[in-house]
Design a binder for this molecule. Structure first.
Ligand code: G3I
Ligand code: 9MR
Ligand code: ZN
Length: 543
């Protein structure tokens, strides 16, 4: 029998579960002195389609006393802690990890320890097919590769800014980054590093380049060893709307700390938004030009990004014309979703918080706005959509024996991003309604990420009793340090088997088990800034 639980432990007052695959009917929890303090029975075992296992649940939510414990059932056991601040370290690591993703500056031993390295990608990039050179140094590497792509970068920054805004106290501990100051929380200093890059990616017309990467993915080398020419792929309206939105948010968030920077963000937001207004036709990102193989980050629709930009501009300016525009774009988005095959999966839903489907951010701008008029019909619609999405995740979680909000068909590339995005949606529903079931379900998504899942891995590097040791992350592979860079979220199970290792090792496995902790398995075990960011936001909302 195997026991699965959150390997970091639990917080008093929150849901506490463990899951076991077939076997015993009863369990015992012993304290640090070996005394049994809880004896209980598992729920009726049930078949879990996503994992192909028969699974039973142990509920020991009543355990409130701080301490170190052992969960025992038959021959199996697992140890865990209960303590109020038990997730501080993982939360801090989750946002500190953005520092390790920095491009264009030395990572200093003082802050990066054994992961220190020299500055990378400092040479200007050339616009594809032209002679024009542009300085776009800075920002974060996207993932296990060294590309930098505005759309997913914007998702990552937005999550961090929302996390700070919705729970500033979660960010009261400095995490060890340069330019740290008592005047501004580290999370905002770090987010600014990416915002400065996004500002450089904006053209004089206000539009935003699609991406900055070389023509080809490099080998598993350190970033400063990648010397290929950086190429800029021409602007599209998705990246431009993303940047308009995030700059409008940044203008507000940085205002109390640095009015000059806040003002630059405002100018950028207006420039991007005005560009969009003058260019109503979508220019969508899609295929790579001939000879290029780096990430595509395609999109089939820019209505969600435009609706988000408009909603963010409304929140910034209080001018109702922006709210009206957001409402109109959102209605067009819904129409497109309903009438064609733009997508029907959860993360393609109009409430998604993904890198291509971003309707959920429209809802966040409209509903989680202290100045919002709750009688406004668009507000009411967004609020209703949020509750409907949360109810959907709740229902899916109830069908899963692990309590996770993924259906068997939802184990796609980066499935852990969706688990964390869903936790965010559930927590927002909890904030609005106070209904405990949303909070419990959100906490269970978090427990899943940290070990209460069918593979038994804690998916955050550097944490847990069964750790991810070989993420697809070039620095972690090339730096000669055994342990990977800490605090990174692995993409997680992907039944698509999109790489050779997954094809070989996961053939025939149930979707939730399609995960390989080996460096070459980029389709199950890569890391990415926009998989980390929703974990930061979920953590900040929950704890
Ligand atoms: O949404 C569909 C779903 O409807 C369908 O049923 C299912 C069947 O396979 O696929 C789902 O789409 C998947 C999509 O991810 C979900 O977001 C695609 O198959 C899958 O190919 C796609 O993978 C993307 C991958 O790039 C390949 O393009 C990942 O989302 C995306 O995170 C990843 O991003 C890469 C960058 O390109 C390069 N840098 C690293 C980064 C992370 O791996
Ligand atoms: O390292 C790349 C990773 O970031 C991408 O997500 C992945 C899919 O686009 O591709 C990886 O690069 C591989 C390339 O596509 C094919 N040759 C092997 C590369 C990894 O070692
Ligand atoms: Zn770099």
């Amino acid at each position: 029998m195997a026991i699965f639980l959150n390997q970091l432990g639990f917080v008093p007052g929150e849901l506490k579960l463990a899951h076991a695959t077939e076997g015993e009917e009863s369990f015992e929890i012993r304290n640090a002195w070996g005394k049994a303090i809880i004896t209980g029975r598992f729920s009726m075992p049930r078949y879990d389609e996503a994992s192909g296992c028969t699974v039973a649940t142990a509920d020991f939510t009543s355990l409130e006393q701080e301490g170190q414990y052992t969960f025992i059932s038959g021959e199996s056991s697992a140890s865990f802690r209960v303590a109020p601040n038990i997730y501080n370290a993982v939360g801090d690591a989750l946002y500190k990890s953005f520092y390790y993703f920095r491009c264009g500056c030395d990572l200093l031993p003082e802050f990066a320890g054994a992961y220190a390295h020299k500055a990378c990608h400092t040479e200007p990039a050339v616009v594809f097919g032209m002679d024009t050179k542009v300085d776009v140094s800075g920002g974060w590497h996207d993932a296990g590769d060294y590309g930098r792509y505005p759309a997913p970068g914007v998702k990552a920054v937005a999550d961090l800014l929302y996390a700070y805004e919705m729970n500033p106290l979660a960010f009261s501990r400095p995490v060890g980054i340069p330019d740290s100051s008592s005047r501004i929380p580290d999370v905002l200093t770090e987010a600014r590093y990416e915002l400065e890059y996004l500002l450089k990616m904006q053209t004089a017309e206000g539009s935003v380049y699609h991406k900055s990467t070389p023509m080809r993915f490099c080998g598993m080398i350190m970033p400063e060893e990648e010397k290929e020419q950086m190429v800029l792929i021409p602007p599209d309206t998705v990246a431009t709307a993303d940047v308009a939105a995030v700059m409008a948010i940044a203008c507000r968030v940085y205002e109390p700390f640095d009015s000059a920077f806040s003002d630059r963000c405002k100018q950028a937001a207006f420039a991007a938004y005005d560009y969009l207004s003058a260019h109503p036709e979508a220019v969508l990102p899609g295929r790579n030009p001939e000879g290029m193989n780096t990430g595509t980050y395609g999109d089939s629709c820019d209505k969600d990004e435009r609706a988000w930009a408009a909603a963010a501009m409304y929140r910034l300016t209080n001018e109702t014309k922006y709210l009206d525009e957001s409402e109109r774009y959102f209605a067009e988005l819904e129409e497109m979703r309903a009438s064609n095959n733009v997508g029907n999966s959860k993360w393609m839903d109009t409430m998604a918080l993904g890198w291509s489907s971003m309707g959920g951010y429209v809802m966040m701008s409209v509903v989680f706005n202290s100045g919002a008029d709750s009688m406004n019909p668009f507000y009411q619609k967004m609020r209703a959509r949020l509750i409907a999405a949360a109810d959907d995740f709740l229902a899916i979680s109830k069908r899963s024996a692990f309590g996770v909000s993924l259906s068997p068909s939802d184990y796609v590339w980066g499935s852990n991003m969706n688990v964390m995005n869903n936790a965010v949606v559930l927590m927002l529903a909890y904030k609005l309604t106070g209904a405990q079931q949303y909070r419990d379900a959100a906490v269970q998504q978090w427990n899943y990420l940290l070990g209460d899942n069918p593979t038994g891995y804690c998916y955050v590097t550097g944490f847990g009793s069964k750790q991810v040791m070989h993420p697809h992350h070039r620095p972690s592979e090339a730096d000669g340090v055994e342990a990977p860079v800490p605090g990174m979220v692995s993409g997680g199970p992907n039944a698509g088997l999109h790489d050779a290792v997954a094809k070989e090792k996961c053939i025939g496995l149930a979707p939730a088990c399609c995960f390989v902790d080996e460096t070459p398995s980029y389709s199950t075990n890569e890391v990415a800034i926009y998989w980390n960011s929703p974990a930061v936001l979920a953590w900040a909302l929950m704890f």
